[in-house]
Design a protein around this ligand. Structure first.
Ligand SMILES: [Zn+2]
Length: 688
């Protein structure tokens, strides 16, 4: 038996091999295809039981098997797995595209939506049907036949333009190298960054050092290089990537123009005034006007703090670094450098110093204690086959009853994708079995890229690592603590995109609680807990330049929104002029006139964030506002780890997943609509 086809149950990581992929996935796709053909036939009744339930079951088996393959491709990216994954990826993508274009399927959904049965279904089931119909509509299924070819043409061109935008940016980024042979130019740059530059030069068979425009090379140079001309050169190269000054074939200007025109046309075809309106249909935010008002409110509140940040930076740069002595003295290529120096002067501590207090066993125990205290659950080691000896497996129980399980894969490996992420192996749902009905408990993958143990010392985590771990665990809890019975809105399924980071960012807050840190820190050599004085410095540094940073995010968000809502490519104004206007309204630091930020704004031109960049701030507001309830209740209960508030949070937010609108869940927990105050206070912009 092909182990990828064994379901239900935990993935058979001890048996699954790359050669199992093609036959298993091929078979599952074929099964799904023939099932859908049968389900869309006239004689199949458009009911939940006859139509949607079997389709969900078959889809789940494919998602389960392909999920394992995708996971192994991410955590064990050796040639055999990469090959097995890439060989089937086009098949799987084609199958999903087919479903989105299947009009007979769409018709069945509409019949079910209009049938008397609809009113008798649970609200979760109704939401699934509504979501599916919405997605069919947004992919053009309801257009008159004569408009469909044009709509399809637009989709294909948009996909090609986005891909080209990213390729141009990558090619332009790769094309630039800053060669240094005079060692004195390296002054200030950290050793490891120089070492990497040395290796990059060696790889090209050249002497000296090579710096590039990729973040691990560019950022430390801009932060630390004492040589101002070097910083200025690098900044100009970086800020003009894929612009009209470089190679014409990498110029993103015409692509930006074309993308905006096509998105506007697509929106009009779907019956919306602008692309921003289309983008917001499946999101929590209601309208572009609401998002714009939200961003402007945040901007107005952050502005005085940002102005103070800039004034302090200018004063420091002028008196301590001799970088100009008037307002124009500080250039864009001085900002990161001067900021780093100011930060060091103000809060003298290093990441390395903090790290000694966060050995892995303490951190994990501390994290689990937070979860156990908040939700009245127990987390214990469990046993299951895994993909690497370093992977651990845990179970969550409540009053002895199994709720969910998760894999924890903490350390970086050469064959592992970068970053940190949560993925689902199995989703909670009600399933029919030989006893009638039972609950399938959820399973999650939590993956990070932290440094592993060295010698016989435990792994030591930076405070940022700890925050990352809590963040991913927040996503994990959203998946694992759901109480929804229907697959398509269980856990993070069906949660609006601008609300999905609420549970993850929520968990980060605990990493800044003295109460929590006291119990989860112990110096690796001396066994001492984190000293209060060091914690106070960390806390002060947390909000360093938070006003400036917030305005920057708002500038990007407002530019993105306005571009997709008010901007008319046919009018006389250019994209750059629009950006100028936004900057005049929002920014406290205006980059040089030749800065071509839009040409590298791949979130909105090369990725899925068009008219959605605001989501970052939006979800941050939600999570801070939710966390404020824990802070308020701590005043009476004496602890942020309050089980009564935790239980309410579980009930109203985590347990319901995507089964109801995020705003409803939020309001049920908070007792009112979201407000920005808590986030501003957490960022030091309102006195606490
Ligand atoms: Zn996240």
């Amino acid at each position: 038996m092909n182990p990828l086809l064994i379901f239900p149950g935990l993935p058979r990581f001890d048996a699954i091999q790359p050669e199992h992929v093609a036959p298993a996935i091929g078979q599952l796709i074929a099964e799904n295809r023939s099932l859908i053909e049968r389900l869309t036939a006239a004689e199949t009744p458009a009911t939940w039981k006859d139509f949607l339930a079997p389709m969900t079951d078959a889809g789940e088996r494919l998602a389960y098997a392909w999920g394992i393959v995708g996971h192994l491709h991410s955590v064990n990216d050796v040639p055999a797995w990469r090959e097995a994954y890439n060989a089937m990826l086009p098949e799987v993508s084609r199958f999903h595209a087919e479903i989105g274009q299947n009009l007979a399927l769409f018709a069945k959904f509409k019949t079910l939506r209009e049938s008397p049965e609809y009113a008798l279904l649970t609200s979760a089931q109704r939401r699934i049907i509504d979501n599916d119909i919405r997605d069919f509509r947004l992919s053009g299924a309801e257009l008159p036949d004569e408009q469909k070819p044009r709509f399809q043409e637009i989709q294909e061109e948009l996909a090609a333009l986005s891909a080209k935008f990213s390729e141009n940016l990558l090619d332009a980024t790769n094309a630039y190298g800053e060669w240094i042979e005079d060692e004195s130019l390296l002054t200030g740059i950290p050793k490891d960054a120089c070492q990497a530059a040395r290796e990059a030069a060696e790889k090209d068979g050249k002497p000296g050092w090579k710096f590039t425009l990729h973040a691990p090379s560019y950022l430390p140079l801009m932060q630390y290089a004492a040589n101002r001309d070097l910083r200025a050169r690098m900044y100009r190269a970086y800020a003009t990537r894929a612009a009209e000054f470089g190679k014409p074939k990498w110029d993103n200007s015409p692509l930006i123009d074309r993308l905006l025109r096509l998105r506007a046309e697509e929106a009009r075809m779907l019956g919306y005034a602008t692309f921003a309106e289309v983008s917001l249909v499946p999101k929590m935010a209601e309208s572009p006007a609401q998002v714009a008002a939200f961003l402007r409110e945040m901007a107005a509140k952050a502005r005085p703090f940002a102005e103070k940040d800039v004034a302090e930076l200018r004063a420091f740069a002028s008196s301590e670094l001799s970088l100009g002595d008037d307002a124009s003295g500080l250039e864009s290529w001085d900002i990161a450098y001067a900021s780093e120096k100011l930060k060091l002067a103000r809060y003298a501590f290093s990441d390395d110093e903090v790290k000694q207090y966060f050995p892995e066993p303490q951190v994990l125990a501390g994290l689990f204690r937070v979860i156990e205290a908040l939700f009245g659950v127990r987390i214990e080691t469990d046993i299951a086959p895994a993909w690497h000896p370093d992977v651990r497996f845990f179970r969550i129980t409540r009053e002895g009853k199994l709720i969910g399980q998760f894999y924890l894969d903490l350390y970086a490996r050469e064959t592992k994708r970068g970053g940190a992420w949560m993925d689902e192996a199995i989703t909670r749902r009600k399933v029919a079995d030989k006893h009638g009905e039972s609950i399938q408990t959820p399973v999650a993958y939590l993956n990070c890229n932290f440094s592993g143990p060295v010698g016989n010392r435990p792994a030591l985590f930076t405070h940022d690592d700890v925050i990352t771990l809590f963040h991913e665990c927040g996503h994990g809890l959203h998946h694992l603590l759901t109480q929804v019975d229907e697959l398509a809105v269980s856990g993070i399924h069906g949660v609006e995109w601008d609300a999905v980071e609420l549970p993850s960012q929520f968990m980060e807050n605990f990493c800044w609680e003295w109460e929590v840190l006291q119990g989860m820190t112990r110096h690796v050599d001396s066994d001492e807990p984190l000293p209060r004085a060091l914690f106070n410095k960390m806390l002060a540094a947390k909000n360093f330049q938070s006003g400036m940073q917030m305005l920057r995010q708002i500038e990007f968000s407002l530019f993105d929104l306005t571009l997709h809502h008010e901007f008319d490519p046919n009018a006389n104004k250019s994209v750059l002029q629009l950006l100028d206007e936004i900057r005049r309204e929002v920014a406290v630091i205006v980059p040089p006139e030749w800065n071509r930020f839009p040409h590298s704004f791949s979130h909105i031109f090369g990725g899925g964030y068009a008219a959605g960049y605001y989501s970052y701030k939006w979800a941050e507001v939600l999570s801070a506002d939710v966390y404020e309830v824990f802070e308020e209740n701590a005043r009476t209960s004496g602890s942020v780890l309050d089980p009564v508030t935790g239980d309410k949070y579980w009930r109203e937010i985590l347990s319901v997943g995507g089964s109801r609108p995020a705003l409803e869940s939020f309001s049920a927990f908070r007792g009112r609509e979201p407000r920005v105050d808590a986030l501003l206070r957490h960022n030091g912009m309102i006195a606490s």
